[in-house]
Design a protein around this ligand. Structure first.
Ligand code: SF4
Length: 403
């Protein structure tokens, strides 16, 4: 491993892990995530490979250098996130095996937030109870909408009834820390349909909502269907109107708009995602998963075959599984810290910036901050620079200053 000590000073130790589960029942019409719809019969083999990688990676990330030795110097994990794909296609015992491997290799701290993304079409109360027993304590449910015509447009496998059932089952299984995803700006979606979905979330006292506007990605069936014509079906103004409707309704109901796309009741903010927004390092395991260790960003083999066959090598070679994408310079890390910090309501703390980089944020980015304050996009209060309401709406203008 390269000598990274000059660029890793001040980087917090690793205490989070992401596990990518790339399987789905079938591909949704808008999806370009790394997920494979027809390989569900390979789940068992995949879980074996991930467990093996979790144990091997501890050695891969141990350089022996106290500045770069992420695994050697790390505290037990404080957040774990099963994302996908559809992690709820795993059985509770498969999830339990991965958690056991993580515990053995890195330790899991008391009170660790352990999230699993669940697709409503793949769970029932019994399975959800099993996930809880296996150690999952936070569910992120991909509801998207409770309007059947919208769900059909999106090509989701679930309908509104199934989605409602999943929420009710999750509560019955004992989950209180639940997040629901909600999509906006979908052709055919009305304000009433947005309102109805929201009303259900409020009625069921869901404490965390993630909001996404539909993005048409090239190569997806929805791109082929609507392509450059999306404005004919839903305008940017309509999309923003839906967004503001949701934000203000949730605020009225005690939610905090703690990140551009996320709202939570106090105490239910995602600790794992907050770790990303503080630009902290994390392990990642599984096909295509991106990691950030020391000052190195990298990814895993991106096809299932490539990943599974590399994990069958004897011995398994790190360079067949993990690929360095970039080594961040101190300058890159400062910019990233600004950009990610500005995504959140807590913003960029003067003290936090100094602690990380041993330099004042004003001397690093004084000109940019002054310009943003003059434009009404950023304000300073309680020791932090943060986006104003206007800034939240025009966040990309601020982000451009740190590209
Ligand atoms: S469930 Fe999620 S990851 Fe799977 S195809 Fe649909 S959008 Fe993509």
């Amino acid at each position: 491993m390269a000598d990274l000590s000059a660029v890793t000073a001040g980087i917090p130790s690793v205490s989070s892990a992401y596990i990518h589960i790339p399987f789905c029942v079938r591909k949704c019409a808008y999806c370009d995530f790394l997920s494979f719809p027809s390989c569900v019969d390979q789940i068992g083999e995949y879980v074996d490979a991930v467990c093996n990688e979790v144990l091997l990676a501890k050695k891969w990330f141990s350089s022996g250098d106290s500045d770069t030795d992420a695994a050697g110097s790390q505290a037990p994990l404080r957040t774990i996130y099963f994302g996908g794909g559809t992690p709820s296609l795993l059985s509770p015992s498969q999830v339990g095996r991965i958690l056991e491997a993580l515990s053995k290799a890195y330790g899991i701290s008391e009170g660790c937030e352990i999230t699993l993304e669940a697709n409503p079409g793949t769970v029932d109360e019994e399975k959800l109870s099993g996930f809880r027993e296996a150690g999952i304590n936070r569910l992120s449910i991909g509801i998207q909408s409770l309007d059947d015509s919208v769900l059909k447009t999106l090509g989701r496998i679930h309908d509104a009834e199934t989605a409602k059932r999943a929420v009710i089952d999750a509560k019955a299984a004992g989950f209180s820390n639940i997040s629901c995803d909600m999509m906006l700006g979908i052709p055919g979606q009305t304000m009433k349909s947005v309102q109805d979905t929201l009303s259900f979330f409020l009625e069921k006292e869901i404490p965390h909502i993630s909001l996404y506007s539909l993005i048409l990605e090239e190569g997806t069936p929805m791109y082929a269907r609507y392509g450059g014509d999306i404005e004919k079906y839903v305008t940017q103004e309509e999309d923003r109107e839906m967004y503001h409707l949701v934000i203000s309704a949730l605020k009225e109901n005690g939610f905090i708009h703690y990140e551009i796309s996320n709202m939570a009741r106090p105490g239910f903010e995602s600790r794992h995602n907050s770790m990303y927004w503080r630009a902290e390092p994390y392990y990642a395991f599984g096909v295509g998963a991106h990691y950030y260790i020391g000052s190195e960003r990298g990814r895993h083999a991106e096809t299932l075959d490539e990943y599974l066959s590399a994990m069958k090598n004897s011995p398994v070679k790190k360079e067949d599984v993990l690929f360095t994408e970039e080594i961040l310079s101190e300058e890159d890390r400062k910019k990233e810290f600004m950009m990610l910090g500005f995504r959140t309501r807590s913003g960029v703390g003067e003290q936090a910036f100094f602690q990380r980089f041993k330099v004042n944020v004003e001397s690093a980015f004084g000109a940019e901050i002054e310009k943003e304050i003059k434009a009404g996009l950023v304000e300073f209060s309680d020791g932090a620079y943060r986006l104003t309401e206007k800034g939240f709406d025009l966040a990309n203008q601020v982000f451009m200053d740190y590209v």
